[in-house]
Ligand binder design. Sequence first.
Ligand code: 3PG
Length: 209
Amino acid sequence: MTAPLTIDEIMRLSPVIPVLVIEDIAHAVPLGRALVAGGLPVLEITLRTPVAMDCIERMAGEIEGAVVGAGTVISPQMRRAAAAVGAKFCVSPGLVPGETAGGPAPLLPGVATASELIAGLAAGFTRFKLFPANVVGGVDALKAFASPFQQAKFCPTGGVSAKNAPDYLALPNVICVGGSWVAPADAVKAGDWGRITELARQAAALVRT
Ligand code: 3PG
């Protein structure tokens, strides 16, 4: 059995982590396959819909090459439940009280301020989601965090798009970005998997400089 991937290893698999809100379980596998086909293997399924856990279980079991994780994880119970259905990682919009870097399904906690970064580092984390990235200072905030927090690396998420993703990816303390733009709700609803594969292909071609 191979060792589980660390959050750092998962963040380095592709420059963009799609953030997915799946309303209909019938969309889960074709949507995931479309993104993986375009070159985005890391998939974050947000726990915001009643079918989210079932989607994770199905996608983790059925999509070859996908690394499926849970998003919007705001309690230890949600992390445990996601890991139990096959999530390989968890993402939170903030610091989850009581959660540390160890344990099942490595956690990428969200931070927005220096104080939150200090609390996250004290809990053993060195990889963070900057959230909501465009609201809390975006590229300038990450540049400002680079010197005092040299051990911290980020996945900015929230307001990231094809247009501004290259600016984030050019920063030395950014490993990848997260965003929903690669899976527009109208394309998912229409089952336009070709369009989603094309958006994924463009996102996968973004390079860290
Ligand atoms: C989220 O949690 O919804 C993510 O931050 C996605 O944000 P976006 O829709 O702005 O990409």
